[in-house]
Design a protein around this ligand. Structure first.
Ligand code: SF4
Ligand code: SF4
Length: 471
């Protein structure tokens, strides 16, 4: 993926050339130059790991079923050894809030690192750009191909590019949909042409979305469509680390011979080679200052560092720096705002972990039978209920139902109940008024379900008992 920057480029800039437009200003397709460097490597390995997790996890099994699966048909979400039910969705919502808060904290600390390194839009765009380079060549070859008339070679290269893009899009969509419907039968049906209905629609929909977003729209999604790009600016402060050009060091910019004492010639460290612009995936010039189009990918840092190395100058003309640092001060890493965000985040994670381990693995719901009350053969007033039990674990469990202590009532006990993993059981029970008078009607009563093997797993649910006045 790397392309060495030729040494002569440093000395072949024509100082008389007219002011150049950035690719973003020119408005055409952005063809980025290949480059190498530490931030590119960080992004490459980080994105590689994310891809491995995304594409690989869908195929993992756990206890004889797909390890991570949001089973829409069964209304439950499996994540390795844990099963989440619709009643647990508050926990999943809390997890999303924690993720959002984590994102805010990172943004306060280091600006748009999420966008540049791990946002799916960026990661898939980098992948599609790599395919583009593979099929159409380096930046100058792609620019040439754009303006070349259609012929067999152009047709071949374009077909190969779009074919690979479509294959990648299909694989992405299949994997994504495979987190919501079991992936093995899904893949089998897709490739045997038997997939139909909703699954086929969603695979085609996400394929089209991936192809369009990563292949065609690319930086336009970040610049014009992403709401996060719009409001994250308000989270920055003067100490937020952003990709920034050190204008005090770089200006006056201009070409020069390597051996020239540029400072004596009134020049700064920027040789105006435009490498930072050529590698930028959003086609901007970071030397124009902080821009909403900058996704913080640090490609320009790598490109500029390689130029500084060639010139024998110190690295970091473009670097992660805060506004305060660029104005001659020192970045305050530990500041109240950041510490406040971090503390709130830790608290939320702690509360979430506690709620997760305290979550009940058996669920009990009570529905009162429509009839008000009746008299049983023993002459007692009786109410009928339907108890709904859910074994939320992934193993068979034994349970017992009871009434929470109240001497007025007695319940027809169904005895020991054995529920398979994930089983939902409806149990009709009747409760009799064995000690009159009831008092105020309706009166409250509580049911309890207890796991016979793990007594700490118990759950209560309340309802009411109705009796005629005077009883
Ligand atoms: S900032 Fe660096 S990469 Fe950009 S034009 Fe100047 S020397 Fe070249
Ligand atoms: S200006 Fe630099 S950090 Fe910003 S998007 Fe362009 S290459 Fe990435």
């Amino acid at each position: 993926m790397s392309e060495r920057i030729p040494a002569q480029v440093i000395e072949t800039i024509d100082p008389r050339q007219p002011l150049r437009l950035t690719p973003a200003q020119a408005g055409g397709p952005i063809h980025t130059r290949s480059f190498s460097g530490r931030f590119r490597n960080l992004r490459l390995y980080g994105a590689g790991l994310l891809m491995l997790i995304f594409f690989g996890t869908a195929w993992l099994d756990w206890d004889g079923r797909q390890a991570v699966l949001w089973n829409l048909a069964e209304h439950r979400y499996y994540i390795f050894g844990a099963t989440f039910w619709p009643q647990d969705f508050i926990l999943l919502s809390a997890l999303l809030i924690i993720c959002a808060f984590g994102l805010f904290t990172i943004t306060v600390f280091a600006g748009r690192v999420w966008c540049g390194y791990s946002c799916p839009q960026s990661v898939w765009t980098w992948m599609f750009m790599w395919v583009e380079k593979l099929t159409e060549g380096e930046r100058h070859q792609r620019i040439k191909l754009d303006s070349a008339p259609w012929g067999p070679l152009k047709l071949l290269r374009r077909s190969a590019k779009h074919g690979l893009w479509l294959a990648l899009s299909l694989l992405t969509a299949l994997t994504f949909v495979g987190y919501f419907t079991p992936i093995r039968p899904l893949a089998l049906e897709l490739f045997s042409g038997e997939l139909s209905g909703a699954a086929l629609f969603w695979v085609l929909f996400f394929s089209a979305a991936t192809y369009l977003n990563a292949g065609w729209l690319r930086e336009k999604v970040c610049v014009y469509m992403c709401p996060y790009a719009r409001f994250q600016g308000v989270m920055f402060d003067r100490d937020t680390l952003l990709v920034a050009y050190d204008a005090a060091r770089g200006e006056n910019r201009g070409p020069r011979k390597k051996e020239v004492d540029h400072k004596a010639a009134g020049l700064g460290d920027c040789i105006d080679c435009t490498m930072c612009v050529q590698v930028c995936p959003t086609g901007i010039d970071i030397r124009d200052g902080l821009q909403v189009d900058c996704i913080g990918c640090a490609a320009c840092i790598d490109a500029c560092d390689s130029i500084m190395d060639k010139m024998g100058y110190e690295r970091g003309l473009i670097r992660y720096g805060s506004e305060r640092e660029m104005q001659g001060g020192h970045t305050r890493l530990l500041r109240p705002r950041l510490l406040g965000y971090a503390a709130a985040l830790l608290l939320m994670i702690g509360a979430f972990a506690w709620a997760l381990q305290a979550r009940s693995l058996v669920s009990l719901d009570v529905a009162k039978d429509r009839g008000m009350f009746r008299e049983n053969p023993a002459g007692q007033i009786e109410n009928v209920y339907r108890l709904k039990l859910i074994n939320k674990t992934q193993h068979a469990q034994r349970y017992r139902l009871s009434l929470v202590d109240d001497p007025r009532f007695a319940m027809s006990l169904p005895g020991e109940l054995k529920l398979a993993p994930g089983e939902i059981l409806d149990v009709p029970v009747s409760v009799s008024l064995v000690r009159e008078p009831l008092g105020r009607s309706p009166a409250e009563l509580n049911f309890e379900v207890r796991n016979l093997d793990r007594p700490e797993q118990r759950q209560q649910a309340g309802s009411t008992f109705i009796a005629p006045s005077g009883r």
